[in-house]
Write a new protein. Sequence first.
Lengths: 270, 260
Amino acid sequence: MTGGQRAAGGGQPAAGGTPQDPGGRGGEAIKLEHVTKSFDARKVLDDVTIEIAEGSAFCLLGRSGTGKSVTLKHIIGLLRPDDGHVFVHGKDVPALTGRELAEVRRSMGFLFQNAALFDSITVGENVAFPLRRHTDWPDSKIREVARARLADVDLEDDYGKMPADLSGGMKKRAGLARAMALDPKILLVDEPSAGLDPITAREIDELLVGLKEKGTTLVVVTHNIPSARHIGDELAMLHDGRLIARGTAEELDKSDDAMVRAFMRSEGSG
Amino acid sequence: MLERLGVLVLSLLAWVGDVALFGARALYEAVLPPFEFKETWRHVFEIGWRSLPLIALSGFAIGVVLSMHTRASLERFGAEAMIPAGLAIALIRETGPLTAGLLVAGRVGAGIGAELGAMKVTEQIDALEAVAVDAFKFLAVTRILACIIAMPLLTAIIDFCGIFGGYVAESSISGMSASLYFHRAFSIVEFSDFIPATFKTAVFGLIIGTVASYLGFNTTQGTEGVGRTSTASVVLSSICIILINVVLVKLIFFVFPVRA
């Protein structure tokens, strides 16, 4: 089956390129294997299989409530699948506990959909928090790195502000700065451009592309198709918890599925 | 009807079991590294120091009122000399610990429940986990330990302020000197009155911290849920304190006969 085609039977489309190496990059960083997850009676993920190559950018598309954020939470171990496996650098995340799980999580950064900044500490201390927990750097170096991360998202003047004093878009950028604090090998990003003006959204896209070029593996959940086209080496679309299309942007443009084509033609923001 | 009652009892038992397991896990994880000393100390300050005005003022007022009531009763028998001792015993053995427990349940229980509940519904607890921090240990264990440490200290303070309030009332009515008042107050009070009654409040601290943290970690339904968690933290920890106090008093009677 070619990329971008609706999957028959198991509902898992094949990638346009080699699944393990879509962009001619390294080995497999993340692999979801037949993951199924239900909340109460509602199946949110249904037999989802995804492989993401090291150093590539994978964009997960789909309408609201189709399981995109749930997929990210499985990768970082915040949710456990009812069935199936989630591997990060070969380690079965749901089977890990304690220090092993913490070690895998230290290799990842996660930007939450609503940023989830710690509201009792300043923006700068939010970014410094992972550094204080996981490095033995002196305070001056931690502050310096935190300021640099904030500068990356154009918030260098907001180190001392409280999260409540930021706009939605600024919170999002601060959340991204915190996610990047430990220089993660894998960055999971949930709707990076939601609530941002077009210029800032473009800057965030460029920042993500820059991270990819430095070798960071990106998993980006987005509704913003131009952004997905710009960032993603590979795109996939979830619908009703099933992966209905997967491939490069060009392959999804030519999908047999009318909904996939319609989604790819949209200029949806956020 | 009977079936509904059965379901209610079963769900109550399940809740008590869940809370007990949550508390037991907190105590177990408290002795395992890494230790969150800095965070625990911060909460001891937040819970203990910031509760001090409430505790001190309440203790003083209770002392004044108890003194007036004791005088009214003992005057009939010409036993006014026993007022300081009666007041000290009543405060140290029961009134001080229970009042401190209920006051802290109100102030601190509501705060912990609301804070953790808000963190839960805004995904801040998930965000902690995502940066490889054990959220249970960082948020719940530290607060539970802080409650356990702060409660006996606050109880000692409420006892002292209560006895001092009794002195102020007594001296203004009868003109009793401070040295005579405190001599009489502590003439029959022994360490075995003070130690078990004061340290039983560590159990109250465990209950307040555990119930509020449990409810906070299990908050759902947004800001409305946070409000419910805050209220439930106060109500449930207060009920638990009152009930467990019966068991603790019986236990103290057993270990220290005629001292509970």
